[in-house]
Design a protein around this ligand. Structure first.
Ligand SMILES: Cc1cc2nc3c(=O)[nH]c(=O)nc-3n(C[C@H](O)[C@H](O)[C@H](O)COP(=O)(O)O)c2cc1C
Length: 197
């Protein structure tokens, strides 16, 4: 059993989301139940405005992320975009160190044939001050309504399952490699609280 702690963030802040269902499948089927799930609908965070104090949900969420060695962001494509709740979480983290130098596996979700936009969007932003580290592998789960419902029920399911095992294994390998040097990396950036623009 790996000593790597993984936090899965279901970034869909709407009820009955596929993102939450997929997050549960990732935890149960691909991480042997060894993960925390952060549900940005059930544990909604207030919109960051720089004035409002952190709520219990904010503190609990950042604590779960702080305790994790590896992160998975499950991101639905909404109007071609990542949900605002994900950006809001990144704002609450800001230049604090809960995410710094932790590997993140991105999982794009679409009921149809979308999902690539959110991968491109999130890969191009959000890491500057959080210092999170996107793994080179990502997943795009299309036709998600039929995926992993029943064994063999969705076409391509076998391939996607194999690909998901590969991506999760890679995430855990990155986490294992980064864990021993993380405190050094965090200490070294003390002089440079923000990434360069
Ligand atoms: C507000 C909204 C906008 C959406 N826009 C897109 C889109 O641009 N591309 C797409 O492939 N699916 C889109 N969908 C459908 C999603 O793929 C579908 O809801 C899927 O289940 C997303 O995951 P979720 O259930 O976690 O929200 C949209 C859904 C919502 C609720």
């Amino acid at each position: 059993m790996s000593d790597i702690r993984t936090a899965i963030v279901s970034t869909a802040h709407r009820p009955d989301s596929q993102s939450l269902r997929v997050s549960q499948v990732l935890k149960d089927e691909f991480l042997q139940g060894n993960a925390d799930i952060i549900d940005l609908y059930a544990d909604a965070l207030p919109m960051w405005d720089g004035v409002t104090a952190a709520t219990d949900n904010v503190s609990k969420t950042l604590q779960t992320i702080d305790q994790a060695d590896a992160l998975i962001f499950v991101i639905p494509e909404w109007h071609g975009m990542a949900p605002a709740g994900l950006k809001n979480l990144l704002l609450w983290c800001g230049a604090q160190q809960q995410m710094a130098h932790k590997p993140v596996l991105l999982v794009g979700i679409s009921a149809a044939v979308g999902g690539a936009f959110v991968i491109a969007e999130v890969r191009s932003s959000g890491y500057k001050n959080t210092r999170l580290v996107f793994t080179p592998e990502h997943l795009i789960l299309r036709g998600v309504g039929d995926l992993w419902k029943e064994e063999g029920s969705a076409s391509g399911e076998e391939y996607l399952s194999k690909r998901t095992r590969f991506a999760v294994e890679q995430l855990l390998d990155y986490a294992t490699a980064l864990k021993p040097i993380r405190s050094k990396l965090v200490a070294a950036q003390a002089e440079f609280g923000n990434g360069m623009s």
